[in-house]
Design a protein around this ligand. Structure first.
Ligand code: CTP
Length: 370
């Protein structure tokens, strides 16, 4: 049997990027042989094994045939006769369809290295259309490699359009859409993910709630400059979408709570946050309370970043620093025990609010003086 390093690791090594995960293909072996050698079977739909020591994935070379709609509509064929070239041919992009032998030889039957040099994201074969996840993957790779000037080959974009028209993209399971989108959000140029989906017509199918207009684009770009965090970027992107639409999108895609909460807060509070300088002390406190700034300071920090990205033209750093300082001032207020004597629960809360408002009023007047 022969073992080859394949996929992303070969691509990233040629690009001089760090390799995060190594996948291997085994040619000329049977599942029984693999188990005899101590590999642990983990694949449910096709034979994949974990190496006994490294725990890296070793898949038997396989062919895939489409049998129905959606990404589960496949049958796979594997046997010791399936060649490396056949296995590489069923893959999505030429840059992901290269292999390296144990001796270090590059096996590149579909021109992956040349496409890396020419900065092209190009499909390997017509079998590309058999897996709609690939539309999302190409968009995600566009987001990752935009800074390196990668472009999608026109023929590949045309295939992606066909997959939208044929209804393949509509068959994507929502979790998969979110998984790819979440990864795309933390890439160097996440706007290229949405731009690509827009260009091939998939955006209204997978994310009908998103307008993807110039303001959305600018907000996302601004968020990328401010934070590596995907939730900040997501919130900035969704900030101009009506909250009920954000709820619908998050429900459908099963977007995790930290993303959902931040996006909703940002959409609801962004104007008030941007105009914070014009609020009186009671208004400031009410805003801090609405944002749950005292109990969730870390989320409040992300909220301020998302809101300032959502309005790149407003003097956002000013509103941010004001609110950060205000949260510290009001959050630091506590009632002296003499003050609380004889007060019940609700009365304590009222007294604390009054003390906070007083300290915020003082803070504002000091700020005005300086
Ligand atoms: N692959 C594919 N079609 C898919 C998913 C994966 O052809 N829908 C192939 C590609 O050859 C890919 C390899 O399987 O390189 C491994 O997939 P995965 O680990 O998901 O992606 P990577 O290309 O390694 O990318 P990443 O760096 O994002 O992990």
């Amino acid at each position: 049997m022969q073992v080859y390093l394949v996929g992303g690791a070969v691509r990233d090594e040629l690009l001089g990027r760090p390799v995060s995960e190594r996948d291997w293909v085994v040619v000329g072996a049977t599942p029984e042989e693999m188990e005899r050698l101590g590999y642990r079977p983990v694949g449910r739909e096709f034979p994949v094994f974990l190496h006994p020591q490294s725990k890296e994935e070793y898949a038997l070379a396989r062919l895939e045939r489409k049998t129905g709609a959606g990404y589960r509509g496949f049958v796979t064929e594997f046997s010791p006769q399936v060649s490396l070239e056949q296995d590489l041919m069923r893959r999505d992009l030429t840059i992901n369809a290269m292999a390296r032998s144990a001796e270090g030889t590059l096996i590149d039957p579909y021109g992956g290295r040349e496409d890396l040099q020419r900065r092209q994201l190009r499909h390997v074969s017509a079998a590309f259309v058999e897996d709609p996840v690939r539309v999302l993957r190409v968009a995600r790779f566009a987001a990752r490699f935009a800074g390196l000037n990668f472009q999608i080959a026109p023929a590949t974009l045309a295939l992606m359009r066909t997959m939208v028209v044929d209804g393949e993209v509509a068959a994507l399971v929502p979790e998969r859409v979110w998984r790819e989108m979440e990864r795309a959000l933390t890439e160097a140029a996440p706007e290229a993910f949405f731009e690509t989906l827009h260009d091939c017509g998939a955006l209204p199918v997978v994310l009908p709630e998103l307008h993807w207009n110039t303001s959305d684009r600018e907000a996302l770009r601004a968020a990328v400059r401010l934070a590596p965090d995907g939730s900040v970027r997501f919130a900035a992107l969704m900030a101009r979408t009506a909250p009920p639409m954000i709820e619908t999108l998050c429900e459908r895609l099963r977007v995790p709570n930290p993303y959902r909460e931040l996006a909703l807060l940002c959409a609801r509070l962004k104007e008030r946050i941007q105009d914070a300088a014009g609020s009186d002390a009671a208004g400031l406190l009410e805003l801090l309370e609405s944002a749950d700034a005292f109990r969730r300071p870390e989320r409040f920090h992300r909220l301020l970043l998302a809101c300032s990205a959502a309005a790149p033209t407003v003097d956002a750093p000013d509103a941010q620093s004001l609110l950060r300082a205000a949260a510290t001032v009001a959050g630091g207020v506590s009632l002296a025990s003499a003050h609380m004597e004889g007060l019940q629960g609700a009365q304590i809360a009222t007294a604390l609010r009054a003390a906070r408002i007083q300290s915020l009023a003082h803070f504002q007047s000091e700020r005005r003086k300086s």
